[in-house]
Write a protein that binds this ligand. Structure first.
Ligand code: GLU
Length: 264
């Protein structure tokens, strides 16, 4: 990790970056978004950055293979869909990465792994080796044994834990919304928040519900909680949309930037 506190522009030169993408951005009608996402990740990889992708979408990708039109509501079927969808998802990423001769490594983790010292150090060592070999690790929750992210967050929290595990220089949280707003963005009077100081408790911000229609489980609330966790652990966070990932990774002024707590 670099010593200087990173700014948003610094994303263009950051050494180690964790990028998290949610289910609805890369599955179903948006499966073709994997291509542009991979283009942006490959560009960062090509300039020498170490890139880790945390991707949800196993359940959503598995649904059509189980003839499911809607996200299953019971946990066991969600886990079954994830088991079916995870390898399809990784296959799609690898096919896209192949255009750049980049090899992906699948890493399935649980929050519990991060708290169990032997699991944590194993995961850390494996991740360091993958990055040293210039592999692009693609992380998801290990849905067969853990269901936190299925229930509450579409991998937002997992991404923050991974950023902490690898001491990332920055975490980029991608969703369908381009930034954090003072209230749900479709509501009148919603104003984009450009920057959040590390000690800003965002008391004036109203978080909406994700709604029942989505295939993911995260909303602005879980993103802000994840961003706050990463920032407190020393990793600044950019929250923006998957459509703006290329701009984000080249340091353009998009999204909402969360300052990291000063190290010390
Ligand atoms: N690990 C799950 C997945 O990839 C989490 C996301 C979700 O809740 O849909 O599908």
């Amino acid at each position: 990790m670099t010593d200087a506190v990173l700014s948003r522009e610094g994303l263009a030169t950051a050494k180690r970056i964790v990028v998290k993408v949610g289910s609805s951005s890369i599955s179903g009608a948006n499966a073709a978004q994997i291509g542009p996402l991979v283009d942006a990740l490959a560009a960062a990889h090509a300039r020498g950055a170490e890139v880790i992708l945390v991707s949800s979408g196993a359940i959503a990708t598995g649904m059509p293979f189980l003839q499911l039109d809607a996200r299953p509501t019971d946990l066991a079927t969600q886990q079954a869909a994830a088991a079916v969808g995870q390898n399809i998802l990784i296959y799609r990423y690898q096919e896209s990465l192949r255009r750049y001769s980049i090899v992906a490594g699948q890493v399935l983790l649980t929050a519990g792994d991060m708290e169990t010292p032997s699991h944590r150090s194993n995961a850390q060592r494996a991740m360091e080796r993958l990055l040293g070999l210039r592999i692009l690790p693609i992380v998801n929750e290990n849905d067969t044994v853990a269901t936190h992210e299925i229930r509450f967050g579409d991998n937002d929290r997992l991404a923050a834990l991974v950023a902490e595990l690898v001491a990332a220089d920055a975490l980029v949280l991608l969703s369908d919304v381009d930034a954090l707003y003072t209230r749900p963005p479709h509501e009148p009077g919603a104003v984009r928040i450009d920057h959040v100081g590390f000690d800003d408790d965002l008391l004036g911000v109203t978080f909406g519900d994700i709604g029942a229609a989505g295939v993911g489980t995260g909303g602005a609330g879980t993103k802000v909680a994840a961003a706050k966790h990463a920032a407190a652990a020393g990793t600044p966070v950019l929250l923006t949309s998957a459509a703006k990932v290329a701009d984000a990774l080249t340091g353009l002024p998009v999204g909402t930037w969360f300052d990291a707590a000063p190290r010390g």
